[in-house]
Design a protein around this ligand. Sequence first.
Ligand code: XMP
Length: 326
Amino acid sequence: MTSNRRPESMERITTPELANAFIEEQLSALRAQIGSKRALLALSGGVDSSVVAALLIKAIGQQLTCVHVNHGLLRKGEPEQVVEVFRNQMKANLVYVDAIDRFLDKLANVAEPEQKRKIIGAEFIRVFEEEARKLEGVEFLAQGTIYPDILESGPVKAHHNVGGLPEDLNFELVEPIKFLFKDEVRVVGKALGLPDNMVYRQPFPGPGLGVRCLGAITRDRLEAVRESDAILREEFAQNGLEGKVWQYFTVVPDFKSTGVRDGARSYDWPVIIRAVNTRDAMTATVEDVPFTLLQRITQRITAEVKGVNRVLYDLTPKPTGTIEWE
Ligand code: XMP
């Protein structure tokens, strides 16, 4: 039974040097634990699983199999980046699973937010388990558990319902970053050579864009969420807000409003922009985004995103609003 308490002697990892020392220590520990056996990792492309993947690739190379499940609810460019970074650059053994239709079929006509979360979580485990069963001789399951997950602080952990462990598969757990706080994970990720947009990524919910395409998910509205989110991120990056604002994203509700385009009446969806700052996600304040930037983003979204004729900025702090809309 290994301890789940961070050793008191453990120094906080704040510099590249400390990160390198941590990495060296973990590589030895991982090689000692896994030996010549095989390990499996669900690689979402988020900071935590990416750092664990990079560590394990260094430690055991081809003995690791990463499984990336594309449930269709990821942000624009994310699945492609996982393949590029881990398969093409790091030469990892990566299984890419296109499960988009499977998820969207299961989610069709399901409007209730918690039901949507349950379906996404359960389907994720099912897909991952199917892939795990196809592989032979895997004895270890690597996970990107971090210290706040163990401490179960705040509401975020309670939401972590995607990526659970297939219970009847008898794996030994490998959790190399379980004593690290998020900022330390980022320092380690940087030292491992992961790209900045992976390392400094804003928090992204497990159910992904699924809880930002409000009500019953449809493919066209889901694309409107993905495309408008990509424009928002691009504009925030170009205007110095990336890494400064804690979380920002777009939401597409399931109602339409009247508009006018090219002299004709339109009847299309609105896009809602949310940009908030918080320490622990329990409360949040709204970012004071420059009005000219909001106008520019509005102009781009209404011009570039199909089916959208209005853009709104959500001015609600938490409370009374939650950060996500569902
Ligand atoms: P709320 O909306 O409750 O969000 O104010 C607080 C933080 O939790 C994230 N969040 C989730 N994370 N699965 C997750 O992994 C979820 O189902 C989920 N719902 C919300 C949210 O993005 C914010 O950072």
